[in-house]
Design a protein around this ligand. Structure first.
Ligand code: CMC
Length: 429
């Protein structure tokens, strides 16, 4: 049965089609509302607005469910690896053994970056934030890989996708090496994706670097947890940038810029800074009072989510991974972990957080985990960007292939001056 909604504006009623997805809330299609009534809808922050159709990721925020192409995140994190998750997001299904071997091979063969990229880095200050370096270098990829910027050519789109997934760890490791003043380490193709990344970050020319398989597996799982999250701010940025026909490297650079903000991917850095600022479990009550004080503007970083009004399923997995990594590295007492666990316990039993349905999100435990792995705080959001690249690319590709795709062009409610005449400067008061 076709559903419709109706709306009455100034006495005129129009019927609006209602569309149903496979699961999740219906959407009211308001595409023709302006033509029929002369009115726009108003929804700052997209609180009730679906911006596209998508078959990639599904979130049920009330139940704490996250599915990639229908598969629960818990199963992928437990049994899958990051590259097969990439294949799944990009192609729509898990690869069979031959497809997996071929995909892994192709990604691995794209890991090197143009040698001039190394010289491009020299233009940055040594103390540049690695996210600033990433925004610049990923945008610059359009200049180095011009032969994969024609968005209308499916082959070029595929090559750009492979390049981006494969080269992002190399660029991320270069951004890190540059800030610590160490030589760049070339990728090594006999290593898996995540081990290769760890080696590019931590190897030095004067000694062999042994990848710890437990740490590599833990980081691979962290990558899986961050790989996609439907129409979040950075993904919507990528789609909006791409809707004008911009090349994929420019679109992903735009996504990285958006991810950097503390309300989004920058929250992992901000959460660790917050735990360090609290410093001791005895300071938690004071901190919680500041968070609850409306005049203070302090937020509990790594808590709350626009969509999850129940425990973020990624946070549960991240907490397990955190304990596993600390155990493996022999970190017996991490004061930041003590603060985090006590903060979580107190917040989850506090009326302020219960009422607002605020739970830990993926960023609450990721900082502690990445810090234990040896990453400086400034690299946390870079690691998020490495993992999210496949999500951005998959969503961008889906958008380009969607026959309904149009340039993204929101409207506005104008609240400025009414029309007025120009006054020569000599006559202005
Ligand atoms: N600490 C304290 N209060 C909070 C928090 C928080 N982290 N988050 C929301 N609130 C309160 C907020 O003050 C408001 O209260 P009131 O109704 O009394 O004014 C209420 O909860 C609703 O908040 P909102 O800002 O309207 O909610 P939102 O959906 O617009 O914001 C959010 C979602 C993620 C931006 C927000 O929860 C937040 O700033 N969290 C901290 C930053 C963070 O951890 N971000 C990572 C998100 S997960 C990773 C990712 O996707 O990037």
């Amino acid at each position: 049965m076709t559903k419709t909604a109706n709306i009455t504006i100034d006495g005129k009623t129009v019927d609006l089609p209602v569309k149903s997805g496979v699961i999740g809330p219906d959407v009211v299609d308001i595409g023709k509302l302006y033509a029929q009534t002369g009115a726009f809808t108003y929804d700052p922050g997209f609180m009730s607005t679906a911006s596209c159709e998508s078959a990639i990721t599904y979130i049920d925020g009330d139940q704490g469910v996250l599915l990639y192409r229908g598969y629960p995140i818990e199963q992928l994190a437990e049994h899958g690896d990051f590259l097969e998750t990439c294949y799944l997001l990009l192609e729509g299904d898990l690869p069979n053994a031959a497809q997996k071997a071929d995909f892994d091979y192709r990604v691995t063969r794209h890991t090197m970056v143009h040698e001039q990229m190394a010289r491009f880095h020299q233009g940055f200050r040594r103390d540049a934030h690695p996210m600033a370096v990433m925004v610049g270098c990923v945008g610059a990829m359009a200049a180095f890989y011009h032969d994969s910027t024609d968005i209308n050519d499916p082959y070029q789109r595929m090559v750009a996708s492979m390049r981006m997934i494969a080269k992002m760890p190399t660029l991320a490791a270069m951004a890190y090496k540059y800030t610590v003043g160490q030589p760049f380490v070339y990728p090594k193709n006999d290593l898996d994706y995540t081990s290769n990344f760890l080696r590019m970050c931590y190897a030095v020319p004067c000694e062999e670097y042994q990848v710890n398989p437990i740490i590599s597996r833990a980081l691979d799982r962290i990558f899986i947890l961050h790989a996609d999250h439907e129409q979040n701010a950075s993904t919507s940025t990528v789609r909006l940038a791409g809707s004008s026909g911009a090349n994929p490297f420019a679109c992903i650079a735009a996504g990285i810029a958006c991810l950097w903000g503390p309300a989004h991917g920058g929250a992992n850095e901000a959460a660790l800074a917050m735990l360090a600022e609290i410093g001791d479990v005895r300071n938690i009550p004071d901190f919680i009072s500041r968070v609850k004080d409306k005049k203070d503007h302090t937020r509990l970083m790594g808590f709350g989510h626009r969509v999850y009004k129940n425990y973020d399923p990624r946070a549960k997995l991240m907490q397990q991974t955190c304990h596993q990594v600390l155990r493996e590295l022999g970190v017996k007492d991490d004061p930041l972990l003590d603060v985090a666990m006590e903060l979580e316990r107190i917040a989850l039993s506090d009326e302020y957080f219960i009422e607002r349905k605020l739970y830990p999100n993926v960023d609450f435990y990721s900082g502690i985990t990445l810090k234990a792995m040896g990453f400086p705080v400034s690299m946390f959001t870079v690691l998020f960007a490495v993992a999210r690249t496949v999500g951005w690319i998959s969503q961008w590709k889906e958008m380009i292939q969607d026959p309904a795709q149009k340039i993204g062009r929101p409207r506005q409610l104008y609240i400025g001056s009414p029309p007025r005449d120009y006054i020569p400067v000599s006559k202005r008061a």
